[in-house]
Ligand binder design. Sequence first.
Ligand SMILES: [Zn+2]
Length: 276
Amino acid sequence: MTDAPVLPGRPRGEVRTGPATARAVNVLAPNPSAMTLDGTNTWILSEPGSALAVVVDPGPLDEGHLRRVVEVAEQAGKRIALTLLTHGHPDHAEGAARFAELTGTRVRALDPELRLGDEGLGAGDVIEVGGLELRVVPTPGHTADSLSFHLPADRAVLTGDTVLGRGTTVVAHPDGRLGDYLDSLRRLRSLTVDDGVHTVLPGHGPVLEDAQGAIEYYLAHRAHRLAQVETAVENGHRSPAEVVAHVYADVDRSLWPAAELSVRAQLVYLEERGLI
Ligand SMILES: [Zn+2]
C-alpha cells in the first residue's frame, strides 16, 4: 500500500515509441527535462490500410529523432504527407523546417511564421489525408497559437501542451492568457461530453484513458491555484516572485520560473476582473 494520490486521467504507465491507438503512433524525442517530462511526443497519424500519414509536432531540431520519425513511418509502410504543429514552442516546432525538408511536406500551423507552404490552420478546419480525418480545435492559453486536433475515429484528441500526460501545464504569460486557457479546457471537456472523446494523446507524458477526468482535474486545479493566488495577494504578497514562493512551495524549485509565468497570467486574470 502507498499513500500516492490517485492520478487524474488514468495515465498509461509508460511513455515509449509505439502505437497508442489504432491510428496514432508515438515517437518519443530524446529531450527529457523537468519541463518536457519524458521528452516530446511526436505523433504519426494514419488511417489503417492507407499509405499516407500526418505528423503532429516533429519536435526539437535533433537529426536522429527526425530521421527516426521517418523510419518508423516507413517501417509501417507509410509515407508522411503533411506536418502539423500544435504550437510554436521549440520542443515541438524547432525541427519542423528540417523535417519538412526530409519528407518534402508542407508545415501547417496557426502562426503564419511557422508555416511552410501557403496553407494555414484554424478553427473549424478539417484535415483529410488518406482517409484520416482530423478536426482542428483552437485551444489558446498555454500559448496564443495553441491548437488541439480531434481524431474522431479513435475518440481521441491530441492536446499538445494544453493538457499533459502528467502534472499540469504552464500558462506562458504574456503570450498565454488564463481566461483563454479556461475556455479551451471547457472546449476540450465538451469534446469528451458531446463527442465521446476518451483518450488524450498529449505533447508530453503518458496517454490518458480518461480525458474527461483529466480535464475536470485541470479545471479544478486552476480554480484552486487561482484562489491561492488571490489569498496570497490579500495577505500582502504583491510581487509575482513572492506569490510563487508562497503558492508553489510544494513544487520543485526548478519549476518556479515556469510557475512565475503562470502566476503572472493569474494576476492579470484577477486584475482584469477587478478581483484584486
Ligand atoms: Zn509548449
